[in-house]
Design a protein around this ligand. Structure first.
Ligand code: FRU
Length: 496
């Protein structure tokens, strides 16, 4: 059969002379280039892959199309850090040069085996624009950082009976005497599923079956991508990125969404009994997150701060997206909470603190920093509607509003010159128990804000593309409100 070709299916080895340098300059010169978020050197970044703390260093790989702001031939890019804040780019970890990965080295996860980091990923195969298959593959990273594809790839050839070619994103783990692999899949009836393989040696895998996951997802859900599994103090957690969910009140308003389920995994019997589940992040730009064990055995997570099929203002500069900050996960009162990793305190430089009481209207708290962390506690002495504006100027502002009567918090990004065009991409909201005070911790970095409310009970990840002078932080309220705050300027520590 002749290989299906399209110009976007070429590897970085086929770059023309000078092509990558031109693309790189567009990112370097961009007003919206983040200072401390992992972002692509050029081209498009999507899912985090293969996350690990391995041999004394953090490793983040990510889905990468080097040639522009669109989804083409996916590579695994590689960055490393001793401390989760200073990042260094390493050579491309995986370029899809082999027949078993002819249309991309798709997402996957890592696992340490015998002192080496095993990187599992999906070899994407396209027969035509519509028709595809998938192989599961392995690459092995040595302690010296060399990555080599496994000689006997693929480790799983094709897809099992009953599923379409959409089988991908291996998540691997060790339990009892066995290794297990979860894969996102699509049944032949075009509904989403998670399937399981098992192995005694992490190299030879056999199909075990489909995981029974009582999530009561609608039939409109046509694919489950990027499954992730871990436990926190014995409580099992499953994170998955379903496609095709219908919007429901405050939930699933993005084109694609992420949910987490708490419950009990019985992998031997292929069941995950769900006790509760909900959307993981309430922002506009969050997808395909992946977790891993950090240096202190804590559970860390990175997500892709982006959304497929949405046009972003940086598309015009031929690059797109960034990673979220690393977040530490915990379970508090039956909720999976996300907090910025403690290592991020190393980014802080100059700090300003203050406290003020505002009767009504709005007032500026600070301006002039493009990359900063804001910590505030707002005590609403009767205030019904109050909140903060980030990236604020005369004409722009990202509005975070708390509404006591409806017990909701909302985030509105319609006030930017370089904006998004679909209604769903402009306002998001979440239920929140608004008591006497609300805590907000926000990380702002040129074109991204990550907002953690009440110690990570609700989190909004959002991209915005402000003018250069939109650096203000404002406070607003309808009636009396007291606000204490600290703003830390954050260093641009990485060489990315
Ligand atoms: C999720 C995803 C994965 C796939 C990868 C390809 O964003 O679609 O399912 O492996 O992106 O880049």
């Amino acid at each position: 059969m002749t290989k299906y070709t399209e110009p976007k299916y070429r590897t970085i080895h086929e770059a023309e002379a000078g092509e990558l340098e031109i693309l790189k300059e567009k990112v370097t010169g961009s007003l919206w280039k983040p200072a401390f978020h992992i972002h692509p050197e050029h081209g498009l970044l999507n899912d985090p892959n293969g996350l690990a703390y391995f041999n004394g260093a953090f490793h983040v790989f990510y889905q990468w199309f080097p040639f522009g702001a669109y989804h083409g031939m996916k590579h695994w890019a590689h960055v490393t850090s001793p401390n989760l804040v200073d990042w260094e780019r390493l050579p491309t970890a995986l370029a899809p040069t082999e027949d078993y990965e002819s249309h991309g080295a798709y997402s996957g996860a890592s696992m340490e085996v015998d002192g080496k980091l095993y990187l599992y990923y999906t070899g994407n195969i396209k027969y035509s624009a519509e028709d595809r298959s998938a192989n599961q593959c392995l690459a092995i990273m040595e302690k010296d950082g060399q990555v080599r594809k496994y000689d006997h790839n693929p480790i799983i050839e094709g897809v099992p009976a009953g599923y379409t070619g959409h089988v991908r994103d291996p998540k691997v783990f060790h339990k009892g005497n066995m290794y297990y692999m979860l894969l996102g899949a699509q049944r032949e009836d075009r509904t989403g599923a998670i399937i399981v393989y098992e192995s005694k040696d992490a190299l030879n895998w056999s199909f075990k079956g489909e995981l029974r996951l009582d999530l009561d997802l609608p039939d409109s859900c046509y694919m489950l991508e990027c499954p992730d599994y871990f436990d926190i103090n014995g409580q099992d957690v499953l994170i998955v990125s379903p496609q095709g969910l219908e919007p429901k009140q405050h939930d699933y308003l993005n084109l694609y969404n992420v949910i987490y389920a708490l419950g009990k995994l019985d992998i031997e019997n292929l069941t995950f009994d769900v006790t509760s589940y909900q959307e993981l992040d309430k922002g506009f730009d969050f997808y395909a997150p992946q977790s891993f064990e950090g240096s202190k055995k804590e559970r860390l997570l990175f997500g892709w701060a982006g959304m497929a099929e949405v046009d972003y203002p940086t598309d015009r500069e031929d690059w797109a997206h960034c990673m979220t900050l690393p977040r530490e996960l915990d379970i508090v009162n039956g909720l999976l909470v996300q907090k910025p990793a403690t290592e991020l305190k190393q980014l802080r430089s100059e700090s300003h603190s203050g406290s003020m009481t505002l009767d009504s209207g709005s007032t500026g708290l600070h301006s002039g920093f493009h990359s900063f962390e804001l910590e505030t506690t707002m005590e609403s002495r009767g205030a019904e509607v109050f909140g903060l504006e980030l990236f604020a100027s005369e004409t722009e502002g990202l509005v975070l509003a708390f509404d006591r009567s409806s017990q909701t918090v909302s985030l509105n990004r319609e006030n930017f010159h370089a904006s998004f065009d679909k209604e769903n991409d402009l306002v998001r909201s979440a239920e929140l128990n608004i008591g006497d005070s609300v805590k907000v911790q926000a990380f702002v970095d040129r074109s991204i804000a990550e907002i953690f409310i009440n110690d990570g009970e609700v989190v909004f990840t959002t991209r915005v593309f402000p003018d250069n002078q939109s650096t203000g932080v404002k406070l607003f309220t309808d009636t009396e409100l007291t606000c204490s705050y600290t703003i830390h300027q954050l260093k641009s520590t990485n060489s990315l």
